[in-house]
Design a protein around this ligand. Structure first.
Ligand code: ATP
Ligand code: MG
Length: 266
């Protein structure tokens, strides 16, 4: 069996090939020991690990394993996914919305990290929890999908009252920017959570389309577990990316790119 593991700040992603078939699993980082026990019990296998927590995982393993820088692993994994979708181009951007967000330009098989933002999936969970008390990711995204941002976000058209704005009035001028003092106790969890996802999605896509200027492509491949079962985040990121003239791609299993890339070198 060959096994690729991406141990990130929040989730451990595992890709393994057994009898020619690829399997994917993910675990919370708190279950690191169970993942290590599983690997230790496999017997004859080859393992490659990547991600910020890979050092901790390696210290729990009985066998020697290969290690890889996560940016390289992610790049290789995305290449495999794009090939499968017949979308592989000579140049594209990759935005990985993990706990934090990292942006990369891939040109002629070489990846370069262009930057990122601390606004990512960790912000999504953390800010959501602080505002509403909700702890579970699936509950956060479900409630958010039923919420409206209308009473919380300030749009350009709200500022340009009675006057034609120089840019689209529908753009967000200020996330959480409306006069909230008088309605704060009246706002629902659904509204607050939808607005948190709006903040994360608009920040991630704004930084990505700006980074695209440093890359000779305008295709942006969005990956990371923050998109799992999260159609609202996808929609915010997709519409903003298109509005700014770039082409968004959301590959299936994109959150397993790092694990797949690690597996691909074995
Ligand atoms: P990083 O790459 O920044 O080190 P990571 O690899 O752990 O972190 P991902 O797994 O890509 O990051 O994404 C983590 C995010 O995915 C979380 O912050 C959260 O928003 C979202 N998420 C999706 N499913 C879950 C889940 N079951 N539990 C917790 N968070 C989840
Ligand atoms: Mg990661």
């Amino acid at each position: 069996m060959i096994v690729g593991i991406d141990a990130g700040g929040t989730l451990i992603k595992v890709a393994y090939t057994e009898k020619g078939k690829v399997h994917f699993e993910k675990y919370p980082i708190a279950e690191m020991e169970q993942v290590a026990d599983w690997v230790n019990g496999l017997g004859d296998c080859q393992v490659c690990v990547t991600g910020g927590k890979s050092g901790v995982l390696v210290s729990l393993l009985n066998q020697s394993v290969q290690e890889m820088v996560e940016f390289e692993a992610t790049h290789l994994g995305v290449q495999v996914l794009l090939k499968e979708m017949n979308l592989l181009e000579d140049a594209y951007l990759v935005t990985n919305v993990g706990t934090g967000t990292s942006i990369h330009c891939i040109q002629d098989n070489v990846q370069e990290r262009l930057g990122g933002t601390g606004v990512g999936g960790g912000t999504l969970i953390g800010l959501s929890h602080l505002l509403t008390g909700v702890t579970r990711y699936d509950e956060i995204v479900e409630l958010a999908s039923r919420g409206s941002r209308d009473r919380i976000d300030l749009k350009v058209k709200h500022i340009y009252e009675g006057k034609e704005p120089p840019i689209s009035g529908e753009l967000t001028a200020s996330n959480f920017g409306q006069d909230l003092f008088s309605i704060s106790s009246d706002l629902t969890k659904e509204e607050l959570l939808a607005t948190v996802i709006g903040l994360v999605g608009e920040t991630v896509s704004t930084v990505s389309v700006q980074a695209a200027r440093q890359c000779r492509s305008s295709t942006i491949v969005y990956i990371g577990s923050s998109f799992i079962d999260n159609p609202l985040l996808k929609e915010v990121v997709k519409s903003y990316t298109i509005l700014r003239g770039s082409v968004p791609v959301f590959p299936d299993n994109g959150e397993f790119s790092g694990a797949m890339g690690a597996m691909s070198v074995l």
